[in-house]
Design a protein around this ligand. Structure first.
Ligand code: SAM
Length: 287
């Protein structure tokens, strides 16, 4: 194994509040820390924890082509590993969730004979599960990058909750800040064909600092392009239909009859639009 190593860590959201103990330890003890985070409090936290810290922001923000930016970030991380340093690369959220350069850097570092690993972090989806009360195991959970969803014509299942990432950059190769909503209109049209124009979705933004509230804006699909969607927005699309229960299969699996009764009782309560009480949620957050 060559001298030099790479540990990729996640910062979660909201400053340093969601950073894990092991990630914190790696940031504090690495010989070089490179970071790409979305808020200044997280950047301040990292710089205070390790004086070698350096932002990757200039390789990323404002670039015309995100893929090229990702490749540049990968190379920048690897350049310090190749110098024989114990390097930590810190990204906001979970470092393996929609973070192209983190996985690329680990693959290349390992190919070149360096020790490289990733530690998990708290992703925007984890925050969404907590804030919306969505349990991804209860009715499943589909999750797509919004561009991938459209361009590959991914199928939605009308009985399964769906999370769409990077809606604010749908179909864009750059890091858009021009407020152009044309591609969001396309997404809205496609979703309306599937779910209907009055189907309500949540524009979600996790809290960016401790003490802040998360943003949860409810809009009908027909008004999706009018909503305040930005580069940090994640869209939660609740299921439209009741999930089907195959009773023959349940019996074949020797599942007890009272399980089926329970399932039917739960189903009769309606679609789990939002598991947290809808009236109070709507009063506080509906536009
Ligand atoms: C490049 S991905 C990074 C995801 C991040 N690694 C994670 O684990 O959540 C950027 C996308 O993550 C989501 N995202 C980023 N910040 C967010 C926030 N504060 N609240 C909700 N979603 C967020 C949005 O869908 C955004 O377009």
């Amino acid at each position: 194994m060559n001298v030099g190593s790479l540990t990729v860590v996640g910062m979660g959201f909201g400053g340093g509040g969601q950073i894990t103990a092991e990630a914190s330890q790696v940031i504090g003890t690495s010989e070089k820390v490179l970071y790409l985070v979305a808020d200044t409090s997280a950047a301040e936290w990292i710089r205070a924890a390790n004086p070698t810290s350096e932002s990757l922001g200039e390789c990323y923000f404002g670039r015309a082509n995100r893929l090229e930016a990702y490749l540049e970030i990968t190379e920048r991380i690897l350049s310090f590993v190749r110098r024989g340093l114990r390097v930590c690369a810190a990204f906001y959220g979970h470092p393996g969730v929609l973070v192209f350069p983190s996985i690329e850097a680990i693959i290349h570092a390992r190919e070149e004979g360096f020790d490289a690993r990733m530690l998990p972090g708290i992703s925007a989806a984890d925050c969404l599960f907590a804030d919306l009360g969505l349990d991804p195991g209860r009715h499943g959970c589909l999750t797509f990058d919004a561009t991938d969803f459209l361009v590959r014509r991914r199928s939605a299942d009308m009985t399964v909750p769906m999370i769409l990432w990077q809606v604010g950059a749908v179909g864009r190769l750059d890091y858009p800040r021009d407020g152009n909503k044309e591609n969001i209109k396309v997404l809205s049209e496609v979703l309306q064909k599937m779910y209907g124009p009055r189907h309500e979705v949540v524009i979600y933004e996790a809290r960016v600092a401790p003490g802040c509230d998360p943003i949860m804006e409810i809009v009908c699909l027909e008004h999706l392009a009018d909503a305040s969607i930005n580069l940090l927005s994640t869209v939660y699309v609740p299921p439209r239909d009741e999930p089907f229960v195959d009773e023959d299969m349940a019996r074949r699996l020797a599942m007890p009859e009272d399980f089926l009764l329970k399932v039917n009782r739960l189903a009769s309560k309606g679609i789990p639009w939002l598991p947290y009480a809808r009236p109070s949620f709507a009063q506080t957050h509906e536009r």
